[in-house]
Design a protein around this ligand. Structure first.
Ligand code: SAM
Ligand code: SF4
Length: 328
């Protein structure tokens, strides 16, 4: 088991497949992009599958989420999913993506064994999309969402970040659209993980703001189901069955129930999005360490997981890696 000193057990592994991306979302990356990891530093497909195998068979991981950067840019993605689906016990597998390219890959991903997708979409307005992501690809995302649903990657969830002055007036419209198309919408509070270090707590749109805005048009009742380790608090929309979630990492942190461990595209373990420390697994892999040694290193890293994100600490320091390089 991957257990920490606070008794939390990690069963959910987030795997970043690349730090590259074809969008430049303002809350994530600067317009000019970033210095990408060099190819030799990236884990190979075999290395990724091996680490996931160790996590699933020796360390109690039951859920794997592929992310990035943009994971659809990883050429070997379908093969990685297929090989992980053959593991015993087979983990639940999901993908967080900006949706661009899903029209080409959704069916193959489903056939390979992917269970679900989360597609990120922050606006229904193509012009706002272009401003926010610095790319004119709104249509591609909507097409990708449709392809995911048609391929049976259900429930299709939509991740939305609201930015002041850009799309903060869109919460009710986005929810009406999500209900109409049978997507499950989840708002994520903007976190201090952008490469530009532009995040300001004062200006951010909080969970409270989002709920107030949604209640101007919908009645929201808290979902009866236990939340467990789920990051999203969920509400039934107008009595159900549709739901909406809010991930309030900043204003209502859920660190006490966290069940995550993370692997970056260059083979570093992170115990938290906000961790300052990383533990190198790639070095061990490439120096011929057996599975038991890999598992031991991972367990030691997990043991050192901090109690919380530290966001409320006046001495909080943003981690060196931005969200796109950690894997959101
Ligand atoms: N490129 C894929 C995508 O956008 O879905 C996967 C990686 S992205 C880093 C994963 C999620 O993190 C997305 O839903 C994105 O909106 C969210 N995200 C990125 N930067 C964020 C930030 N500073 N605060 C909150 N969420 C953020
Ligand atoms: Fe790319 Fe996702 Fe970051 Fe947007 S949020 S720039 S799509 S990695």
């Amino acid at each position: 088991m991957l257990i920490d000193t606070y008794g939390r057990v990690a069963t959910d592994l987030r795997v970043s497949l690349t730090d590259r991306c074809n969008l430049r979302c303002a809350y994530c990356m600067p317009e000019e992009g970033l210095q990408w990891l060099a190819k030799p530093d990236l884990l190979t497909d075999d290395e990724i599958v091996r680490l996931i195998r160790v996590a699933v068979t020796d360390l109690g991981i039951t859920e794997v989420r592929f992310t990035g950067g943009e994971p659809l840019l990883r050429p070997g993605l379908v093969g990685i999913v297929e090989r992980c689906a053959a593991l015993t016990a087979r983990p639940q597998m999901s993908l967080t993506t900006n949706g661009i390219g899903l029209t080409r890959t959704a069916t193959a991903l489903k056939a390979a064994g992917l269970d679900r997708v989360n597609v990120s979409l922050d606006t229904l307005r193509p012009d706002v999309f272009k401003t926010l992501t610095r790319r004119d690809r709104h249509h591609d995302v909507l097409d990708g969402l449709r392809a995911a649903r048609e391929a049976g990657l259900n429930p299709v969830k939509v991740n939305t970040v609201l930015m002041p002055g850009l799309n903060d007036d869109e919460a009710p419209d986005l929810l009406a659209w999500a209900v109409e198309h049978d997507y499950e919408l989840r708002f994520i509070e903007q976190m201090p993980l952008d490469a530009q270090h532009g995040w300001k707590r004062d200006g951010m749109i909080t969970a409270g703001d989002i709920l107030t805005s949604l209640r101007t048009r919908f009645s929201l009742t808290p979902e009866a189901e236990e939340r467990g380790a789920a990051p999203a608090e969920r509400w039934l929309v107008d009595g159900g069955p549709h739901r909406v979630g809010v991930i309030a990492s900043v204003t209502r942190p859920f660190c006490g129930a966290c069940d995550r461990t993370r692997l970056t595209a260059d083979g570093q373990i992170r115990t938290c999005l906000f961790a300052q420390e990383e533990t190198d697994l790639r070095g061990a892999l490439r120096s011929g360490a057996p599975d038991e040694e890999i598992a031991r290193i991972w367990k030691v890293a997990m043991w050192g997981k901090k109690a919380g994100s530290g966001l409320d600490d006046p001495a909080f320091l943003q981690p060196e890696r931005p969200m796109s390089a950690i894997g959101g």
